[in-house]
Design a protein around this ligand. Structure first.
Ligand SMILES: Cc1ncc(COP(=O)(O)O)c(C=O)c1O
Length: 406
């Protein structure tokens, strides 16, 4: 009689739930939305001053939380990258270096502008852009780099910024996963600009939404203008100075984000404490391990928590067989590293959508054979939930021979 659920045994998590359902909301969120509804002021343009609108207040609060001076709220995390590229002066035909491991939006924003994404490899331990790969990819046409803090684990910004300065590149950090992460006493971005997503799955959400953060007053003014028909803050509504689109966040999003924001820090701390416990427990299972956590990473505000399957330990059993077995036991587990479909999918031909790619062996290996991840709501429950996750992993390890039997 098989023990593993994948082979007909009983699922270890049958009838149990791990973490909390996402999104989380209560009366505060409901009242925030009603406040906007009843005000009739659903669009931030009706407000002259930033501090008067919901979006403006959220921009100020979120920028302060992330340790930045200015925030510009936009429709989503993809348009945040697009407008940041425009504010950074990126033009059609310019090359922009991106890591091969990311959601497609990072590269697609570059292509939308008519610029050329150049895919480079990742560090095999942290799954973030490898600085050496960046150095190798620079050409006279390179204008920018977009490191992604994948899963909320920080990219090596010291080395990336040093290289970017050497080659006069604009640095835009894709911060879609890194809300609240603290590295060596600071949050992100640390470079010219950082772009956030508040899409439904993210750790801070209004269903959709995005923001660009920067310390530069000049860039902030440009970002606001480019995302609101070329208007300038504090100037008359029908004065247009730049060619810009309408990428404004609605007042409903601003109000909901303010309400959600009140829970963010506590949720991040709760998840991280559970993740530290889980990482220690995984150390007892030979075929799995947590990412090596640098001592500078004092708070990991992850979106999905990446960890590793160790193929050699499983002697022929693959990561995908493990994933199937984990899901059968009731664990909502995935692969945390995906090669950007623009890099891998023949639909995006180099002719129609120009791009370049370097050798990305680490990224291909991690995405096919090694990477595992659990999304952030799994970590919002009690410590016992971590014990259940560990018990399910241990069960698969102990009964792995069943996965070999056809
Ligand atoms: C790394 C990364 N960048 C950008 C985005 C785009 O954000 P949005 O869905 O808000 O456009 C996402 C969304 O999942 C993402 O994961």
């Amino acid at each position: 009689m098989a023990k593993l659920a994948a082979k007909g045994g009983e699922a270890l998590l049958e009838g149990k739930t791990i973490g909390q359902a996402w999104p989380i909301y209560d009366e505060t969120d409901r009242q925030a939305l009603i406040r906007v509804l009843e005000s009739g002021k659903w669009c931030s343009v009706v407000y002259g001053e930033q501090a008067e609108s919901e979006v403006g207040r959220f921009e100020v609060e979120f920028a302060r939380y992330q340790g930045c001076k200015y925030g510009c709220g936009v429709t989503n995390g993809t348009t945040a990258i697009e407008v940041a590229l425009r504010a950074g002066g990126i033009k059609p035909g310019d090359e922009v270096i991106v890591p091969a491991a990311s959601f497609i939006a990072t590269a697609m924003a570059v292509s939308t502008l008519g610029a050329v994404p150049v895919f480079v490899d990742i560090d095999p331990e942290t799954y973030t852009l490898a600085p050496a790969a960046l150095a190798d990819a620079v050409t006279p046409r390179t204008r920018a780099v977009i490191p992604v803090h994948l899963g909320g684990y920080p990219a090596d910004m010291d080395r990336i910024i040093a290289l970017a300065h050497e080659h006069e590149l604009v640095v835009i950090e894709d911060c879609a996963h890194v809300h609240g992460t603290i590295w060596d006493g600071h949050k992100f971005p640390v470079a010219d600009m950082g772009t956030f997503s508040f899409q439904l799955g993210k750790t801070l959400t209004a269903g959709e939404g995005g923001m660009v953060l920067t310390d530069s007053e000049e860039l902030a003014a440009k970002l606001h203008s480019l995302s609101s028909h070329g208007r300038m803050r504090g100037r008359p509504t029908y004065e247009h100075r730049l060619v810009g689109s309408n990428l404004r966040m609605t007042e409903f999003q601003g109000a909901l984000l303010l309400a959600q924001f009140a829970r963010l820090d506590e949720q991040i701390k709760h998840r991280d404490a559970n993740a530290i416990y889980l990482a220690a427990g995984l150390g007892e299972i030979p075929g799995l391990r947590a990412l090596r956590r640098d001592k500078c990473l004092t708070q990991w505000g992850f979106y999905h928590w990446n960890f590793k399957f160790i193929p050699e330990a499983w002697e022929g059993i693959t990561r995908d067989q493990f994933l199937e077995a984990a899901r059968a036991e009731g664990l909502a587990m995935g692969a945390g590293v995906h090669v950007s479909p623009m890099y891998a999918n023949p639909m995006y031909t180099e002719e129609d959508t120009p791009y370049r790619k370097q050798d990305c062996a680490n990224c291909e290996y991690a995405s096919q054979y090694e990477s595992l991840s659990l999304s952030h709501p799994n970590f919002l429950g009690p410590r016992d939930d971590m014990d259940l996750i560990l018990a399910a992993c241990q069960k698969i390890w102990d009964n792995r021979s069943e996965l070999r039997d056809r």
